[in-house]
Write a protein that binds this ligand. Structure first.
Ligand code: SF4
Length: 448
């Protein structure tokens, strides 16, 4: 039995976890866990795993570690010990436990799918080779930067079957900012680029990346970066975020708005809570900021024909790009065998599509509706080295489960390879695969 005297002898300490950790923290007594949230990303840490580690490394008993939450939602860790235990040392240990455990439960709150955090140290995974994340070089001065997968919308025409209602995507990925920027810097230097456009896009919504401002800032730190641009559906836009992005010199936002009509907006986004009015207000807010705005509607023949005319008029009204860039990039509806297609809608040929855009230019006064790369200062360049050929048999190491059933990722020759029909592969094992597709250093293979 512990005497009152020994209890009094114990020193008490408090760690303010809310200030310490770069997350919003929720304490759940029912689940005996801390939930850590940053934007769409969340993960849970079991309280016992922190307590047990503290007991293992310090003269502190597990029952003397208590997690508390106050009225202002501040979460603290309180502990008592007979000897002096530096809060700095406990802080470091808590951070270590979190960085070990968080990836195991990471979750994308907008898609409700498990999420894998890709870091430099994760099994040597390179950031070139995948369609889903990393850096893509298609032989121009524009590099595609993909930091996160997953999208909160369920557009019925989604070419990559994204969103919470996706029938094919079972997992999301997020990439560490520094690792992504280092890969970008390497590609820029391998290509000897001078005027680079770093274009944030992806299979999903790039603006859901919780470290977006930091990423834009770091891409701009490369002296060869001329433009940093981003695609977005507008779901995560806020005035505060636009201000922060303007501050770090984001050059352009390509905003997909497919209608100016609220009901049509709900139908085309697949969400009853799609905030079209708010997104339109924010489009005007961008147009009045230092960031250029490109409206990028998808023209779905027979569905939003009238809306396209309205969007052209809207773009003429809010145009603030001057002659720097076009303000409108109307997209042609295309059928996709890996994505979602709208019933009964046929795609237009590009010649018909361009002809109709020319007619719009004449009738409504929009200019440069048929977009060309030179309008964005994009031009062809050498590609980075492409180390594997189609039909080549490669010895590769399995490193990750993919985004679809039976898909895994393997690595070879410093490239990531999507391996399909890989039912029996297990992480860490070596397998032989045949490359079946290789375009722009994006590799698909099958086991042999
Ligand atoms: S916003 Fe884009 S990625 Fe998201 S569901 Fe719609 S089309 Fe797909």
């Amino acid at each position: 039995m512990t005497s009152d005297k020994s209890i009094k002898k114990k020193n008490s300490y408090t760690l303010d976890l809310t200030s310490l950790l770069p997350f919003k923290i929720l304490l759940s007594e029912k689940e005996n866990s801390l939930e850590l949230i940053r934007g769409v990303m969340s993960g849970k840490i079991n309280l016992d795993s922190i307590k047990l580690e503290i007991e293992k490394f310090f003269p502190i008993l597990e029952e003397d570690v208590i997690f508390m939450i106050d009225n202002s939602q501040k979460v603290t860790l309180e502990y008592s010990a007979n000897a002096h235990v530096s809060t700095k040392d406990v802080e470091i240990l808590v951070q270590e436990v979190i960085s070990k455990e968080l990836p195991l439960t990471l979750f994308n709150r907008s898609t409700k799918k498990p999420m894998t955090y890709i870091t430099r140290n994760l099994l040597g995974i390179p950031l070139i080779g995948s369609l889903y994340f990393g850096v893509i070089d298609r032989g121009t001065n524009l590099l595609q930067i993909r930091a996160i997968t997953g999208c909160p919308l369920n557009c019925p025409f989604c070419s990559v079957d994204e969103g919470p209602a996706s029938q094919t995507k079972i997992r999301d990925f997020i990439v560490d900012t520094d690792y992504l920027v280092d890969t970008y810097n390497q590609v820029v230097s391998e290509k000897l680029l001078k005027n680079t456009e770093a274009h944030l896009d992806g299979q999903g919504e790039p603006m859901s990346y919780p470290y977006l401002v930091e990423l834009v800032q770091k891409l701009n730190d490369n002296p060869a970066t001329n433009v940093v641009s981003i695609q977005t559906n507008g779901w995560f836009l806020e005035e505060k975020l636009i201000d922060e992005l303007a501050e770090v010199n984001l050059s352009r936002i390509n905003l997909s708005i497919n209608t100016l009509n609220t009901q049509m907006g709900k139908k085309l986004s697949g969400r009853g809570d799609y905030p079209l009015e708010k997104i339109l207000e924010l489009a005007e807010y961008i147009a009045n900021s230092n960031i250029s705005l490109l409206l990028a509607p998808l023209w779905i023949p027979g569905v939003n024909d009238d809306d396209i005319e309205e969007i052209i008029k809207f773009s003429l009204k809010i145009n603030s790009n001057g002659d720097k860039y076009p303000t409108l990039g109307i997209q042609n509806y295309l059928l996709h065998n890996q994505g979602r297609n709208m019933k009964g809608i046929k795609q237009k040929s590009f010649s018909d599509f361009n002809k109709q855009l020319r007619e719009f230019e004449k009738r409504l006064g929009g200019k440069d509706l048929v977009l060309k790369p030179y309008m964005f200062n994009n031009y062809k360049t050498e590609m980075i080295q492409n180390p594997m050929k189609v039909n080549e048999i490669i010895d590769a190491k399995v490193v990750l489960f993919g985004r679809k059933e039976n898909e895994i990722f393997a690595i070879a020759k410093n490239r990531l390879i999507h391996v399909i029909n890989a039912d029996n592969a297990s992480i860490g094992k070596r397998i032989k695969v045949r490359i079946i597709r290789n375009r722009h250093n994006i590799f698909f293979a099958k086991p042999v």
